[in-house]
Design a protein around this ligand. Sequence first.
Ligand SMILES: C[S@@+](CC[C@H](N)C(=O)[O-])C[C@H]1O[C@@H](n2cnc3c(N)ncnc32)[C@H](O)[C@@H]1O
Length: 289
Amino acid sequence: MNTDDTFFPLPDQDTFLRKAVHSVTTGEQFCTCPDMYHPAWSCLKALGIMHHLYYHAPALRRIITPLICRNAHILIAGAADDCSLRLLSKIAGPVPVRFTVADKCRAPLARVKEVGKQKKIEVNTFHGNISSFTSDLPWNLVFIHYTLTFMDARARLKLMKNLVAGLAPGGAVVCGVVLSNMTTATLDEAMIRRKADQWISQIFAKIDTVFSGHPHLLPKIRKMVTSYRETFPHVYLNQPDHNTLVKEFSQAGLKVAEYCDNPGAVLQPDDIPIPPLKSEKPIFVLTRE
Ligand SMILES: C[S@@+](CC[C@H](N)C(=O)[O-])C[C@H]1O[C@@H](n2cnc3c(N)ncnc32)[C@H](O)[C@@H]1O
């Protein structure tokens, strides 16, 4: 299944597969994450998961186009791969902009540098914790899509405060998040673990089919995806609900200028959803209070 938007279409399966195989083969060279998060991310894309930026692309194009000014400095806060850079650069089109991509792992930064060179996109990289990243050049636009997902409330607040401190006058933060819509009563660790185990058995079957042409990589891919799965209980138990997140934004000095409720959800294919099944993935546009 493809998105209905031709602006930033979903690549074909061969492209996803080629990138995943390359990422697994070069993974140890670049990815310093203990769970080999970045090669796992690439494999998940080849397995039909993590395509959200493609589904969000029409909404992001509408939201971001008016926020891009000439010579805008755009910060991508947490990249995972080159997808955010390609999408934002496409949205900027002929308007000259400068990108900085910040990530704690060198794997996405290496990929971003390669793409910058190939596509002649002006891009600097910062390797380290975005919560303490400062730049002489204020950012007109910060794109932070799902990076908050991996943080607890304290870390989220610290990071958002740092982003506000570096924001140019009139600048905006475009933030994609995963919200928990489960109540604390239903947020039960044992249940989330059970769902994670069901997910892993389904995904192993899919790995065997999709990567059947690369049998030597299968044990590595199963191991990476299993490590990724291990983070589920922690990640999902830390997801805020809508009101909590808006309060945190306000504490950081940001107000919601626009809210886009679960964009692209109807376009998502019937893949193997990552548990818990009912998470919401909205986009917030934030400006200084
Ligand atoms: C979920 S991925 C980003 C996904 C990407 N924005 C997308 O939507 O396709 C999160 C990325 O942020 C990075 N990251 C997480 N916490 C970070 C931190 N505190 N400082 C720098 N990078 C961080 C991870 O290494 C990872 O590449």
